[in-house]
Design a protein around this ligand. Structure first.
Ligand SMILES: Nc1ncnc2c1ncn2[C@@H]1O[C@H](COP(=O)(O)OP(=O)(O)OP(=O)(O)O)[C@@H](O)[C@H]1O
Length: 307
């Protein structure tokens, strides 16, 4: 499917697979479990609303009837065993799955109330506002400064022209202010401010990942999607990323996929548990999900009985 096509128009005839109630291994109905957590009410506004989302890769039904609200300015963790659809779900939130030719998507994803799968959505703008940080740090093979300035320059955000002149600032000063702000917000400024023109590939893995977060911030996102952002890092670098995520959630809405349940428990406000087969089995406040889950399957998963 090309990025310019509306996936919904292609999937109108897709079956949802929800005609029959799904039964868990413990005999508990998934629908009964969902009834409990669908009542989950969080404080504040919903930034994203996902309704009845199904994703198929060819004949493989990877996500089944997922509905979930993502509250603004908080951390939402997505956990579950390998292959349960966490990354697939994350990629639906900024239409990265459009790049996978076999992917078909059915359902609704609203960002600030707007359906991101409707015709005419500008994908470049969407992905600026809903940024993404990947598992392995992937800085450009350019200087630290250029890594941050590249996006805003490409999108024309730094070409402030009249305003910059009125403020008696050159474009270069504007750029450097932006670079400093993003590096500070990504907790990297103190470590790199004396070598902004060095190649970013010379940074440590943890520094590279924080640079990628700074790069994501440079285009002014509202939501930051993170797909296992610390899985390639050592414990010290991981702790820095975790602190950073908590700080970022004061201003941004963060959605993070993690295999590390302790990490989810430490940094997230709410946790969604996906289990094998692409079902969202439980969603709620993190403390409640970890300490008193509604679903026996989730309890078994969290206590390490499987997964
Ligand atoms: N590009 C793709 N093409 C075909 N099938 C895919 C593709 N990406 C994922 N899948 C399939 O979709 C299902 C969900 O995969 P996904 O990567 O979303 O799970 P995950 O929970 O993120 O796994 P992991 O924790 O191992 O990264 C799996 O069966 C996987 O094989």
């Amino acid at each position: 499917m090309s990025e310019n096509q509306n996936p919904q128009t292609q999937t109108d005839t897709a079956t949802t697979g929800t005609d029959q109630p799904l039964t868990t291994t413990t005999g508990e109905s998934v629908e009964q479990t969902r009834d409990e957590w669908r009542e989950y009410e969080f404080e504040g506004e919903s930034k994203m609303t996902v309704e009845n989302l199904d994703v198929y890769y060819g004949d493989d039904h990877a996500l089944k009837d997922v509905s979930m609200e993502i509250p603004e300015q908080s951390v939402t963790a997505l956990i579950g065993p390998s292959g349960c659809g966490k990354s697939t779900y994350l990629r639906c939130l900024n239409r990265m799955n459009d790049r996978i030719s076999s992917a078909r998507i059915d359902g609704t994803v609203r960002f600030d109330g707007q359906d991101i799968y409707q015709d005419g959505v500008n994908l470049v703008e969407l992905r600026k506002r809903v940024g993404m940080v990947f598992q392995s740090p992937n800085p450009f093979p350019k200087s630290i400064r250029q890594n941050i300035a590249y996006g805003p320059e490409k999108h024309g955000d730094l070409d402030t022209g009249l305003l910059a002149r009125l403020l008696n600032r050159s474009d270069e000063e504007e750029r450097d202010r932006l670079v400093e702000r993003c590096l500070r917000d990504a907790a990297l400024w103190d470590e790199v401010n004396d070598r902004l023109d060095d190649n970013a590939l010379g940074l440590s893995g943890g520094q590279q990942q924080r640079l990628c977060i700074a790069r994501c911030l440079s285009v002014d996102p509202e939501i930051i999607l993170m797909d296992e952002p610390a899985s390639a890092l050592d414990p010290i670098a991981t702790a820095k990323i975790e602190d950073l995520i908590e700080d970022l959630s004061e201003e941004y809405t963060v959605v993070i996929v993690t295999h590390n349940m302790q990490q989810a428990a430490r940094i997230s406000d709410q946790t969604a548990v996906f289990l094998t087969g692409g079902e969202l089995v439980e969603y709620g406040e993190t403390d409640q999900v970890f300490e008193d889950p509604n679903s026996e399957r989730v309890e078994d998963y969290i206590s390490g009985k499987f997964g």
